[in-house]
Design a protein around this ligand. Structure first.
Ligand code: FE2
Ligand code: FE2
Length: 269
């Protein structure tokens, strides 16, 4: 990638001048309300209702076959009760992330789309890994996966006014790899997300695991990310023999698992 852009990015990061995108307002408020001690479906519905697109999304998921209810509800409050507060929070966050990563046309948009599509895939695979290995909460894995590479966003936005030739260079995104953990860390601190999620965005490129400790969200996402990034089936099969795979109770990823992953993508993306 172009060294002058890269150097300016490093400088801006180190001087804490990187412009960070704001988290969509309604989603931010809904997350706060859902996390408060006196959270209820009513109070969360009130916040979500302020964003019609977000409301439609929650209703759609609550009425999907995933939750197996025989009748459809048109009430946001019922929908939230059906899905549960924790899951609603995940849906709200994922939806907001999809809004943030809504790619415009051109080379700049293509970079954002690449990160978004990869994140959706890591989220869905993380979900399937947890469903299969039962070592961790699948719902949380979905959120961690969606968020893990969000650090690329401010870096891509930083380069927005660069010429198309710079942005369409295939080495552009890989060139940001060493910076995206730090940028993601800043962004999630700014959004006031939990330490667990900060850890995911900061350290998901490491496959290190402590066999003694409980499974962490960072470990689940790191494993799913490495599998999605595996260059060939041999590399993927090596990963399923790692200490981390054993900790997650995974010894292989079958065709059925991959089909399940695609199914999850259709539900949540
Ligand atoms: Fe990453
Ligand atoms: Fe990734």
């Amino acid at each position: 990638m172009d060294h002058t852009v890269f150097n300016r990015m490093v400088e801006s990061l180190s001087q804490n001048r990187l412009v960070l995108p704001a988290f969509p307002q309604a989603a931010m408020r809904a997350r706060e309300v859902a996390s408060s001690d006196d959270a209820s479906a009513i109070s969360v519905a009130r916040e979500i209702a302020k964003d019609p697109a977000l409301s439609a999304r929650i209703l759609k998921v609550a009425n999907s076959s995933l939750f197996g209810f025989s009748f459809n509800t048109g009430s946001l409050q019922h929908a939230i009760s059906r899905v549960g507060l924790e899951h609603t929070k995940t849906l709200v966050t994922n939806f907001a992330l999809m809004q943030l990563m809504n790619p415009p046309k051109g080379a700049y948009g293509n970079l954002i789309r690449t990160v978004r599509d990869h994140s959706v895939e890591v989220a869905a695979l993380g979900y399937v890994i947890c469903e299969k290995g039962k070592a961790f909460n699948a719902n949380k894995a979905l959120l961690g996966g969606m968020l893990h590479d969000v650090g690329y966003l401010p870096l891509i936005q930083f380069s927005k006014s660069e010429p198309e030739s710079v942005l369409s260079d295939p080495g552009f995104l890989p060139g940001l790899k060493d910076l995206h953990g730090q940028a993601g860390n800043l962004l999630l601190m700014y959004w006031q997300f939990s330490p667990e999620l900060v850890d995911v965005v900061t350290a998901h490129e490491s496959l290190e695991c402590n066999p003694e400790s409980d499974v962490s969200l960072r470990e689940v996402v790191a494993f799913a990310n490495a599998l999605v990034n595996a260059p060939d089936p041999d590399a993927a099969s090596l990963l399923t023999q790692s200490a981390l795979a054993a900790k997650l109770n995974i010894s292989e990823i079958s065709d059925a698992d991959l089909e399940r992953k695609d199914e999850v993508i259709r539900f949540f993306a």
